[in-house]
Design a binder for this molecule. Sequence first.
Ligand code: ADP
Ligand code: MG
Length: 322
Amino acid sequence: MAISEFEIIERYFRQARPPGDEVVLGIGDDAALLQVSADYQLAVTLDTLVAGRHFPPHTEAFDIGYKSLAVNLSDLAAMGARPAWATLALTMPEADERWLKAFAAGFFQLATRYGVELVGGDTTRGPLSITVQLVGQVEAGKALRRDSARPGHKLYVTGTPGDAAYALRQIKAGVEVDDDLLRRLNRPEPRVEFGLALAGSGAAAIDISDGLLADVGHIVRASHCGATLWVDRLPRSRALQALRLEEVIGCQLQGGDDYELCFALEADKAEWLWKIAAQDQLQLTEIGVIEAQPGIRCRHDDGSLHHSQGRGFDHFLQQNNG
Ligand code: ADP
Ligand code: MG
């Protein structure tokens, strides 16, 4: 049975409205109307997932729906903003109701967990592509900006970077991927609570989407400084511990798609930082230091330089594996 565009929206994307909400008008009119709180700034982000480019063609619809919101939640986490409203542009080759149902289940699982309301979108036919725009709020002056790193700041990362890249590499090699590892690729956990806890701390934060090396590069360039990264100290998941060191470091430095947070923070705030990470039960690792000298120096614990090839993912340079 064919389903109309209108029915798709009504059946899969319009949700019961929470009472007393800041959404004056949600799905159904020409645009949504949102009541913005005084003394807050809006944090606005958008990410597109293209089939075959951002996820392998046979990825489960649930995972695609989940990840399309997760990557945006991760961006707001890296700003220290509280996620609030989303719009969804969905382009698909056909209206497959089984696919739509699973996609919506994945999307709304995360939306519900983080109090995000879907307030509008667009539905069109074409090659599968999903764009989510996410709007959040952050108290004026408290956002986490990547241009705020200074020499002497310590550099940290959450979780175990490199897992998503390793999972993707195994999929491409036709090797069966362990469930826990596959989850790291398909169901990344955006570090929303931790990002909110960091708001106002002055941390220069970024979420790891292009690869740790590239993303630290974004911080140091925006902040007009450099960094030393201690490659032997990068935290490794069990899956990565089985690999040769060279391979591990490759996945960890160049592999994107982890959606962990990486940030620089004043050394004086270290004690406070460990406390909030423990409260959040989040694995946190000190991985380096910000320095005045531009560029990134990757060092082993014995002080020798690690020479890595390649850099982070860039869609137009076509490097890496994204
Ligand atoms: P218009 O022609 O005015 O752009 P549409 O027919 O595209 O309106 O959409 C009708 C309503 O449904 C609008 O409020 C729009 O924001 C919403 N909408 C369309 N597609 C989606 C979607 N995939 N998810 C959520 N809301 C959607
Ligand atoms: Mg429209």
